[in-house]
Ligand binder design. Sequence first.
Ligand code: PSU
Ligand code: MN
Length: 305
Amino acid sequence: METVRINPEVQQALKENRPVVALESTIISHGMPYPQNVETALKVEQIIRDHGGVPATIGIIDGVGVVGMTAEEIEEFGKRGMTIPKVSRRDLPVIRARRSWGATTVATTMIIAHMGGVKFFVTGGIGGVHRGAETTFDVSADLEELGRTDVTVICAGAKAILDLPKTLEVLETKGVPVLGFQTEELPAFYTRSSGLKVDCALKDYQDAAEVVRAKQEMGLTGGILITNPIPEEYSLPAEKINGVIDQAIAEMEEKGIKGKACTPFLLARIAEITGGESLASNIQLVFNNAAVGTEIAKAYCELTK
Ligand code: PSU
Ligand code: MN
């Protein structure tokens, strides 16, 4: 049985050095409620196409890593939601051996994208060092993967459900360039600012593509993180969203939720408490990342012609 199955359109685009953009499936099945998850996933694919790219939504179907799921498969991931296991690097052997379905996190999407030869990956937010990690040791496998797998990830920073200063420290230790698209500041997902600095601001798509190529030329392994702030009009007031996040974290601790269930619980609770307001912002920032990510992938293809 093949380890990855690349859809013919993606295969053709890769062969012709046209921009291909990977997308994850945990954001569909564990990150957003149905049916907004499916609507968003399909719209993101359309945005990538509108910018001249080819989308490759990644998930695991019957133990095979699929690079470029069909609309029907995306619908299935959305409908089945949390009943599909959230798959991180450590889960891959079991999922494959059992021929299961699996929703891929940032970490596993990077692994499968890399196996399929896809260099760019757009998402909403990455996992990171959780608050209280000094006692729980809860550090997302996404950070480890960024340290080792050669894929450029475009996101809106990380949610304040995480300890952002510690997340930046770990990324530095692992040698991951953390760049800001036209910003010096690390965006915090729902808000454009976090009070923390990125390593370097990228001027434009060309500048971003040149950094990706430079890393490749040097043969450096590991990913690059490009953070792209949420558009002003969709950002949420910091005090308000931070209050909601604190409440959701307190509830999580009360309920004794741990491990891989933490992030999905927090995402769902934040959406509930804000009455869908946070979800609307979440959707818009993914759209924005898709547009920027595709333009960067396009600039990279031009550079490497
Ligand atoms: N953060 C979000 N939305 C998401 C996730 C994180 O704002 O959907 C998902 C991604 O798939 C990410 C995963 O890779 O959660 C991280 O989970 P954990 O914290 O358990 O590593
Ligand atoms: Mn974790």
